[in-house]
Design a protein around this ligand. Structure first.
Ligand SMILES: [Zn+2]
Length: 390
């Protein structure tokens, strides 16, 4: 067993991080080394589901590992505490908010200044380093520029471009790739004790997104929902129905997201009132209302963010469906990813041409890109369905 077991399909990144951990250990033992493998600021990037935080945490565990030979053994107290997020010298931060506040960054900087209590490294692991405004980023930059000798910053973000150039240039970058389906399947087998076939199908359907693949394995309802959605979209044959479908889809999606977030939002408001010295039923006086407004804006941004995730997932599902259609139309001898729907795939393949399918795949890819911009979500989906039924 080792801390690297869960980091799948990232041989190159793992090699760099392992080498750094070995040199970090040598430094602690007072061994002079000319190697630059270890550094005090890291930036781990990779597409969603590629395992950024898992890789970052494995690295931090290897830094804190106390095993005399196997660095990152996965069994010593150091490794186990890092993996359980309970290590006293590690600040392990992930946020559900859409922005990391300046106060939070100040707290990290404060932690970064204190010497490690266990004699190894003081580590600040920031999972969502892309969620910082410029002012906050500039503050963080100062901390990264001149850290104490035993302090290490590990930042994670989807891509290097998500951080300001000055931070990026001071960090050693480790880029993760989308892991191969086979390796994700093997991970799912180990984690969930399922057969290779089931694990492979989930990994393929999730397009190697480890979190989504795990959900498909543990919650078969999800698999069913996904086909219901694809079938409803395939049934649409005119623009009027498309507009209606999109309205319903977005309404339902928004309701689900708001329901999920309602408890958390209410809790945050109650907490805010407590901080302001008010009880739950008291109204916030006008002079303090701007703080409530700020919180509500933050919550609105979070809803927008959360609203896009299931919609992007729907697009990913559609993509995998039409890629399967393409495979059949090209006559390739390749098992479809959507194995549960072979009949439907074959019908769609017979009823259209390869050029049609190619056009649809391109339209879905465009819709995915537009979904991440400020374009109205209704427009993105209406345009997409119009393209699909053309
Ligand atoms: Zn260990």
């Amino acid at each position: 067993m080792s801390v690297w077991d869960e980091v799948v399909g990232q041989e190159k990144a793992v090699a760099a991080l392992q080498e750094a951990a070995v040199h970090a250990r040598a430094t602690l033992n007072g061994v002079e080394t000319a190697s630059r493998a270890m550094t005090h600021a890291w930036l781990v990037t990779g597409p969603p589901g590629s395992g950024r935080s898992t890789a970052a945490r494995a690295f931090v565990a290897a830094l804190q590992c106390t095993h005399p030979q196997v660095i990152g053994c996965g069994e010593c107290d150091g490794c186990r505490h890092v993996m359980a997020k309970t290590h006293p010298d590690v600040t392990d931060f992930a946020t559900e908010k859409s922005i990391i506040s300046i106060e939070e960054v100040r707290a990290f900087m404060h932690n970064a200044q204190s010497a490690p209590s266990q004699g190894k490294w003081r580590v600040i692991l920031l999972e969502d380093a892309d969620r910082m405004q410029e002012r906050t980023s500039n503050l963080l930059l100062k901390a990264i520029e001149e850290p104490p000798a035993r302090t290490v910053w590990v930042l994670c973000a989807p891509s290097p471009e998500d951080l300001i150039t000055t931070i990026r240039s001071r960090c050693r970058q480790v880029n993760l790739r989308i892991p191969p389906v086979k390796q994700v399947a093997q991970l799912l087998m180990r984690r969930h004790g399922v057969s290779y076939e089931d694990a492979y199908q989930a990994a393929a359907l999730a397009q190697s997104h480890i979190g989504i693949a795990s959900k498909l394995i543990t919650d078969p309802e999800k698999l069913h929902d996904r086909y219901t959605q694809i079938e409803s979209i395939l049934d649409i044959d005119n623009i009027g129905d498309a507009v209606f479908y999109v309205e319903e889809l977005l309404k339902e999606n928004k309701e689900n997201v708001e329901k999920d977030l309602a408890t958390r939002n209410a809790r945050e408001e109650a907490e805010l009132k407590r901080t302001l010295g008010l009880n739950d039923t008291e109204r916030i006086p006008p002079a303090l209302r701007s703080q409530l407004t700020q919180l509500q804006e933050e919550q609105k941004r979070r809803v927008t963010r959360a609203t896009k995730d299931p919609l992007d997932q729907l697009l990913v599902n559609l993509l995998s469906f039409f890629r399967d259609v393409m495979v059949i139309q090209t006559g390739m001898n390749h098992p479809p990813i959507n194995q549960g729907y072979v009949n439907l795939l074959e019908n769609v393949a017979r009823g259209s041409t390869l050029a049609d399918t190619y056009r649809k795949v391109t339209a879905i890819e465009t819709a995915r890109k537009r979904l991440q911009t400020n374009t109205s979500i209704n427009l993105v989906f209406e345009a997409l369905i119009a393209d699909l039924i053309r």
